[in-house]
Ligand binder design. Structure first.
Ligand code: CA
Length: 253
């Protein structure tokens, strides 16, 4: 495997900009395999063959020359290294408040090793042998977490005409004015707003809002609808939102 392959793949990664990964591993074959797999999906790769050179690249030694220090977004760290082992390196980095995310690779798989690894400040731990897809997924997850980029939240707010309902915050607004609903009234309105224009029978509303163990009769639904109308409708006797569908039930709009 020529170093040229790796570096040209890395150049591509700069453009994609997934992040710069430092692989600290003394076994050349593993280093190259991981490096190529990560470069292929868009990471930029740096390598170190032992703990001390990794420490230098991360700016963790007192006599590090500026030239050696690299911008690194993620460290993949083998535990069994010549000289300074992975755990010591990890501990040293954290001691110096170098907070780059660290993923430990280890041939050991006991729970204790895992715990020790995480205790010295590693963020994740993968046991050899592992699949490349798993490694790539872990790297992506770590970077995402570290950068504080959360998956975009789908807008959870329900809207119908001038009514806005936020299931997350349990709040309802009519235009800009907040409407105070009881929990059951809220659940009923949420049900209607989840499917505007759909007709719901009283039994269906009871099933959805109260559940199967409801003990009252379905007049309860009518009472709650009346209460919601009083809070929501300009004229509760001529509802604009919660309409009665004779013989069937109720509908929003
Ligand atoms: Ca090793």
């Amino acid at each position: 495997m020529s170093p040229l392959t790796l570096s040209s793949a890395s150049e591509q990664a700069v453009r994609v900009g997934l992040g710069r990964v430092l692989i600290v591993e003394d076994e050349a074959l593993i280093r190259e395999t991981i490096g190529l797999a990560l470069a292929e999906v868009g990471f930029e790769i740096l390598v170190a063959e032992d703990g001390l050179s990794a420490l230098e690249m991360l700016g963790g030694t007192k006599n590090t020359t500026r030239r050696l220090v690299q911008d690194v977004d993620l460290v993949i760290l083998d535990l069994m290294l010549p000289g300074m082992n992975g755990l010591d390196l990890c501990r040293l980095l954290r001691y110096q408040s170098i907070d780059v995310p660290i993923l430990i690779l280890s041939a050991k798989s006991t729970e204790t090793d895992r715990v020790v690894g995480l205790e010295v400040g590693a963020d994740d731990y993968l046991t050899k042998p592992f699949g490349m897809r798993e490694l790539i997924a872990r790297c992506r997850a770590l970077l995402r977490r570290h950068r504080g980029v959360s998956e975009p939240d789908p807008d959870p707010v329900l809207r119908f005409e001038e009514v806005t309902l936020s299931p997350k915050e349990c709040r309802v607004f009519l235009k800009d004015e907040e409407i105070n609903l009881s929990p059951k009234e809220f659940r009923i309105l949420e049900l209607f707003m989840s499917q505007p224009k759909r007709v719901w029978s009283r039994d269906q509303i009871i099933d959805q809002v109260w559940g199967h163990d409801f003990m009252g009769d379905n007049k309860t639904v009518d009472v709650h609808i009346r209460w919601i109308r009083e809070k929501l409708e300009a004229d509760p006797s001529k509802p604009q939102y919660l309409k009665t569908v004779r013989g069937f039930g109720y509908r929003l709009g």
